[in-house]
Design a protein around this ligand. Structure first.
Ligand SMILES: Cc1cc2nc3c(=O)[nH]c(=O)nc-3n(C[C@H](O)[C@H](O)[C@H](O)COP(=O)(O)OP(=O)(O)OC[C@H]3O[C@@H](n4cnc5c(N)ncnc54)[C@H](O)[C@@H]3O)c2cc1C
Ligand SMILES: *[C@@H]1O[C@H](CO)[C@@H](O)[C@H](O)[C@H]1NC(C)=O
Ligand SMILES: *[C@@H]1O[C@H](CO)[C@@H](O)[C@H](O)[C@H]1NC(C)=O
Ligand SMILES: *[C@@H]1O[C@H](CO)[C@@H](O)[C@H](O)[C@H]1NC(C)=O
Ligand SMILES: *[C@@H]1O[C@H](CO)[C@@H](O)[C@H](O)[C@H]1NC(C)=O
Ligand SMILES: *[C@@H]1O[C@H](CO)[C@@H](O)[C@H](O)[C@H]1NC(C)=O
Ligand SMILES: *[C@@H]1O[C@H](CO)[C@@H](O)[C@H](O)[C@H]1NC(C)=O
Ligand SMILES: *[C@@H]1O[C@H](CO)[C@@H](O)[C@H](O)[C@H]1NC(C)=O
Length: 483
């Protein structure tokens, strides 16, 4: 193959031999580099596929250490993904699939010589006649999956934020407000259509490729691009297809009793509880949010009575149809800006730790331009997910983590990077001092990238590495906590 072993950059030079480039040449600054894909990759793709350059790309959730591709391929069919991977392999081009663009791990290193496969065009969610199985495509967002499920009289376990890639979240484990009822996202997968590292498109099921099936459900981004997934869908009557959602603002003087009340909550399968530090009307506040899935009755308010009994300063609660319950998180969805987030997995919440973290938060948000910053923790009933053995998937923390916490500094001025990183690391170390887990266990999708790999892959690390040498020996998938 004539263009073997050329980067996009080298290829551009070849196609434009008369051009003189500065030492820092990039396809982005090379005005005619669309020729690269137009001439070679373009004709191989479906008519709906298109190309763009990263200067015209939609921003990611966080621009901190974000991938910086020279070229973006907007795929339109699942085979476009396969063809693009084959093309990249033949031409030694580094590539990365992007779905919701919310991955905040600082392990991406896609440079201007690399190619981003934009999965957004693959956003369908379809159902079988009985609505017991859904097929969601690799670029579907939580919003699309939730809407499709609701209009089909069903529920599908997804993350809690509309803007996140549905499979982006699930392939690392998949936490969400329905997990007390249905388990982790990975527990609900039935089959995966995958483009593997060597450009083969295969269907992975528990029966066909047992090892890959295990690896993809927890370490997915390291083993393939999932172009579509079959997932369990749960038919629910419209009267029951909703949740009571309450949010309660407390005075900071109540942090200790609020944390104690959350810890003492009897988390029924229908429930999830969230604690946030955020800025509201210019002041830092303590916010508790509770979710109770099911029909519009008194079960939700009763289940959170111990929280409301503490006397919140502001109280808002309503039953909402399930296609609206995630809306409260839409302010988290705003893309752009820097958000170097630091996460931790927790078995328990300790009041004195949350007091120390409050002090750190107040100090950080006193800096001009940081008012969108937040500290948050999501806690879930884990019994359903623990009804499966640890060995059932490569998600490693089934039996240890009850809550996922993250400190999210959020700002636009890059000169605050050092202060933000210091804030994030300090909060994370406070969590780890009293996490109640044996080590520094962290859900991979909340990790940042400076952790040792045993923190995100646990005891599965060695097995995952050996499977990596079988399924991706040339390490094509080398961007997200790469094995
Ligand atoms: C606002 C916000 C809310 C969140 N809420 C939740 C939540 O409720 N529950 C939860 O579990 N997590 C949650 N997360 C964490 C989330 O799971 C991770 O950020 C996840 O990596 C985001 O996936 P994405 O597709 O949006 O991001 P991307 O950056 O597009 O993808 C992240 C990584 O996954 C890979 N990937 C994405 N799709 C595929 C695919 N189809 N096949 C193979 N690899 C793929 C990408 O290549 C990349 O390496 C949240 C994050 C944010 C920022
Ligand atoms: C492939 O590209 C990488 C840099 O992107 C380079 O280090 C490597 O030598 C190239 N491999 C071949 C076979 O050209
Ligand atoms: C861009 O490159 C293509 C392919 O080499 C060539 O046909 C075309 O004339 C070039 N366009 C310009 C404006 O240089
Ligand atoms: C991905 O494609 C969608 C259209 O399907 C587009 O709206 C979005 O801006 C693209 N993302 C990037 C990063 O270019
Ligand atoms: C899928 O993407 C198309 C093109 O960007 C958009 O018009 C459509 O609304 C999306 N569908 C869903 C379910 O998100
Ligand atoms: C839920 O029930 C309450 C109490 O009966 C009622 O006031 C409210 O309107 C109901 N909400 C919805 C969305 O039906
Ligand atoms: C705060 O930052 C904004 C821009 O983010 C700037 O316009 C303003 O002058 C700053 N204020 C102070 C007091 O530094
Ligand atoms: C792709 O890799 C798999 C796993 O190593 C292997 O079974 C398959 O034969 C390979 N296919 C091609 C076309 O190289």
């Amino acid at each position: 193959m004539f263009f073997n072993n050329l980067t996009i950059f080298q290829y551009c030079l070849l196609l434009l031999p008369g051009t003189t480039f500065a030492t820092q040449i990039s396809p982005r600054s090379c005005s005619n580099c669309s020729c690269v894909v137009a001439e070679k990759l373009g004709p191989k793709l479906s008519p709906g596929a298109s190309f763009s350059f990263s200067t015209t790309a939609a921003p990611r959730w966080s621009e901190f250490d974000a991938p910086d591709p020279g070229l973006i391929v907007d795929v339109a069919t699942e085979s476009d993904v396969q063809i693009t991977v084959q093309y990249c392999n033949e031409n030694n081009i580094t590539f990365l699939a992007q779905n919701g663009g919310h991955g905040w791990g600082q392990t991406f290193h896609l440079s201007l010589e690399g190619l981003l496969i934009n999965l957004s065009g693959l956003n369908s969610t379809t159902f079988n006649a009985a609505k017991t199985e859904a097929t969601i495509q690799g670029g579907a967002l939580v919003r699309g999956v939730v809407d499709a499920a609701y209009s089909n009289g069903a529920q599908i376990p997804t993350g809690n934020c509309n803007c996140v890639g549905a499979l982006g979240a699930i392939l690392g484990g998949g936490f969400g407000r329905l997990m007390g009822l249905y388990g982790l996202g990975v527990d609900n997968l039935l089959a995966l259509n995958v483009v593997t590292a060597n450009g083969t498109q295969i269907k992975v099921t528990p029966e066909t490729e047992t090892d890959l099936w295990w690896a993809l459900r927890g370490a997915g981004p390291n083993f393939g691009i999932v172009t579509s997934a079959v997932i369990t869908s749960y038919p629910v009557s419209s009267a029951e297809n909703g949740a009571w959602v309450g949010s309660f603002v407390f005075s900071e003087t109540q942090i200790e009793e609020v944390v104690e009340a959350i810890s003492a909550l009897d988390l029924l399968p229908e429930m999830a509880v969230f604690l946030y530090y955020a800025i509201s009307d210019g002041s830092p506040v303590v916010l508790v949010s509770g979710s109770y899935a099911g029909a519009n009755n008194s079960d939700g308010p009763n289940a959170f009575a111990s929280i409301t009994a503490l006397g919140p300063e502001v109280e808002q609660a309503a039953w909402e149809p399930f296609n609206e319950v995630n809306a409260a998180g839409d302010s988290f969805c705003v893309k752009g800006g820097y958000k170097p987030a630091y996460g931790a997995g927790l078995a328990e919440l300790v009041p004195s730790t949350w007091r120390s973290i409050w002090n750190e938060f107040v100090d950080f948000v006193a800096i001009n331009g940081t008012t969108a910053s937040t500290v948050m923790v999501d806690c879930y009933p884990m019994e359903k997910s623990r009804s499966l053995p640890d060995s059932s998937s490569s998600y490693p923390w089934r039996s240890t983590i009850n809550c996922n916490a993250a400190a999210i500094p959020w700002y636009d001025d890059a000169s605050l990077n050092a202060a933000a990183v210091s804030f994030g690391k300090t909060v994370r170390s406070l969590w780890f001092e009293t996490s109640g887990t044996p080590g520094d266990e962290t859900y991979i999708n909340y990790a940042v990238g400076d952790e040792s790999y045993s923190v995100v892959y646990g005891d599965n690390l060695a097995t995952l590495e050996s499977l990596k040498s079988i399924w991706d020996p040339l390490k094509r998938f080398d961007q997200f906590f790469p094995l």
